[in-house]
Design a protein around this ligand. Sequence first.
Ligand code: SAH
Ligand code: SF4
Ligand code: F3S
Length: 449
Amino acid sequence: MTQKHKKLFIKTWGCQMNVYDSNRMSDILSSLGYKVVDSPVDVDMMILNTCHIREKATDKVFSELGRLKTHKTEKEANGGKMLIAVAGCVAQAEGEFIMERAPFVDMVFGPQTYHELPEMVLKANGNERVVNTEFPTVSKFDHLPDEHTIEGASAYLSIQEGCDKFCTFCVVPYTRGGEYSRTPQEIIAEAHRLQEQGAKEIILLGQNVNAYHGEDGKGKTWGLADLIYKIAEIDGVDRIRYSTSHPRDMDDDLITAHGEVQKLMPFLHLPVQSGSDRILEAMNRKHKASKYLDVIAKLRKVRPEIAFSSDYIIGFPGETEQDFEDSLALAREVGYASCYSFKYSARPGTPAASLQAALVPANIATERLAKFQALINEQQAEFNKTCIGKTLPILFDRKGKKEGQIGGRSEYFQSIFVEGNERLIGNIIDVKITDAFDNSLTGDVVTLG
Ligand code: SAH
Ligand code: SF4
Ligand code: F3S
């Protein structure tokens, strides 16, 4: 007799940590008989794992809820039951409000309490509505199962959470709470388990991942570099990455590790937010543009082939034409392989939200963003073009959209699609790059003989 699984649909927005969290929620719920499906129709539970980082986040959640509610109504009309949960950073920030405005939502919980899902589900099944947005004193990491959901050959591993930096534009310290580092033992054990389950690449995650400082209980505090050296010793883990870093926490040990650990990929996402010292100060980033360039220069010295990506905010309150030019100049000086840029969005409760009077008019911010993105697109296309003719090791981790196509990532995190057998998925294979597009590469699998 086959056991009937309960169906679980999870929709995830936001950063990689939310992806990690969604996977962990499904790990927890699988012990209660839930299995993830990829359509919300006729499911037993749906979870919206939300992000609060930029504008309209809450509106988006409500409109999605409006759409998904019809599935619940339908199921109930047929005598069934469906639980709807809102999780993640919007849940943390707007818990009670969501409960008031959406009476059909059964559970609301933040990023730090989802390990309590079994109790919450029990209550919700007893028709009790649950709001759980505390910051518990006991870490969720002590209560997560050993079994992991991993997709493909690349696995996320959260090592650090929360942030104490309080950049004036950012909600993260409020939605994720203060900085917390897991112990090195826990992390190393998780890395081994991920490798045993097929991960060839491990991406260490944290809102401020290079601020990691884990106590090993024997009097030693581990930095991110220590962890990287240790994880690099695991046979079968061939690639290591980490995200997201703050320029201020790029210490010498970490920079040295980039030169010494070949498994540490020659690609670093290092957000700077602005090229203007005045704006950096107003953002409370606590470093100057020159310090960012110093870090980049040091990294290039120890690992000449390293490439960079970044985040920039365009139109922070008070940003003048000159400040914006400084951002363009910094991006030109670094020369990125890729880069994200966002129009500033006032987040409720953050210090910068009170700077309404200094807001950059929307049309100017839009113009600047377009100009910035044009520069970045040029840089990215240029970087991709330099790969043509080279043979690059590719970690294949997914099927392509077209039949007979498989997809993967280069060491520089570029997406690549080639004609290839699905059996290659999960392996690192040499590919001769034949063509480069704005956002991806293509080429031929190098066959021996
Ligand atoms: N911890 C990372 C950033 C996390 S948020 C760091 O310190 O860099 C991801 C990105 O979203 C940020 O790098 C920033 O560029 C952007 N972002 C955050 N708050 C924003 C806001 N209020 N408006 C526009 N972009 C924002
Ligand atoms: Fe937000 Fe700044 Fe913390 Fe990054 S460092 S998460 S931008 S407060
Ligand atoms: Fe978004 Fe929360 Fe991540 S606000 S970016 S999901 S930390």
